[in-house]
Design a protein around this ligand. Structure first.
Ligand SMILES: [Fe+2]
Length: 316
């Protein structure tokens, strides 16, 4: 497979797992197309045309020589400058790395991280929150995240990859959608009644077992092991942590338990104030689970995976 084909396979899997449904994604892309068509000529040159087909602005092809048949990919949850240098060193030692895949965004996808959060409005509406509430809370948070990522030196990693001619892509919301779908279906089957049973269910998954050994397994941030789970919400996708104000709305619209990837301290306090239970499954383990389901498909196509950058590689 070439780099573009690998990226497109991830994109397809991400869209198929999208909580908005394939139809919802198509509507989103149609809206983007309309907005592009209506842009003034002076604004059109700044428009990223990849967003006409890729609804996840936090996932992109950063470096692609266009010709490599990828036989071996080095994959990390985080790829920094040192991992790119490592790939280049491995190349010199005859372990040719044809492609580096990062989960977390870099380059343009880091600068655009906040725009992926658009999808959360639909997600919240899907759990019964009125759209005006979902939009208001989400819009504020998108602006906050946008201001947060704005000053970062986004292109440091892609600059190195370009200089060393290392192919580089990142697949963020693609694989967060995949873990979101996987855990939603898994917990629907398992039907845990209490918070302690919920944690036990998570610990049947190898990525969470390994994370616990590494000191970052599932953790109850708010609530008590004996409490009932009630109506729960799996919060694994949508760019980054949601607004700390969302927990009041979750409680108002019937959510008793959140199964999240990570949670800020203020969000934990707000969830507690609303008597919501919060089980944090674990950040890197959850990211790994989503990536693994994608990487298994690459392995089936004959690509060797070299894990690095925190990836807990489990094959299924
Ligand atoms: Fe992450």
């Amino acid at each position: 497979m070439k780099v573009k084909q690998i990226f497109e396979l991830g994109l397809k899997m991400g869209i198929e797992a999208d909580p908005r449904g394939v139809k919802g994604v198509k509507e989103y892309l149609a809206q983007t197309k309309k907005e592009h068509a209506e842009l003034k000529p002076k604004d059109k040159k700044y428009f990223d045309k990849s967003t006409l087909t890729n609804p996840y602005n936090d996932s992109a092809i950063h470096v692609d020589d266009g010709k490599t048949q990828v036989k071996r990919a080095m994959v990390g949850i985080d790829i920094a400058e040192e991992e790119i240098l490592l790939a280049s060193q491995l190349n010199e030692r005859r372990k040719k790395i044809d492609l580096v895949i990062s989960h977390h965004p870099c380059g343009k996808s880091l600068a655009d991280l906040h725009s992926t959060m658009d999808m959360l409005t639909d997600v919240y509406e899907g759990i019964g929150m009125p759209v005006h509430v979902a939009e208001k809370v989400n819009e504020e948070r998108m602006k906050e995240v946008g201001r947060g990522v704005h000053p970062i030196n986004h292109y440091k990693i892609t600059d190195i990859a370009n200089l060393l001619q290392i192919n580089l892509i990142n697949t963020h919301t693609f694989t967060d959608n995949i873990v979101q779908k996987f855990l939603t279906e898994y917990l629907a089957k398992k039907k845990p009644k209490t918070i302690s049973q919920l944690v036990d269910c998570l610990l049947e998954i190898p990525e969470y077992q390994e994370a616990k050994k590494r000191g970052a397994g599932p953790n109850i941030y708010a609530g008590d092991p004996k409490r009932r789970v009630g109506k729960y919400f799996v919060d694994m996708t949508g760019g980054t942590s949601p607004s700390e104000k969302i927990y009041k709305e979750f409680s108002t619209y019937g959510i008793s338990t959140i199964v999240g990837m990570h949670l800020h301290e203020d969000s934990t306090k707000n969830a507690s104030k609303q008597n919501i239970n919060v089980v944090v499954a674990g950040h890197i383990a959850s990211d790994s689970l989503g990536m693994n389901l994608f990487l298994d498909e690459l392995e089936k196509k004959g690509i060797e995976i070299v894990p690095c950058g925190g990836l807990i590689r489990v094959k299924r």
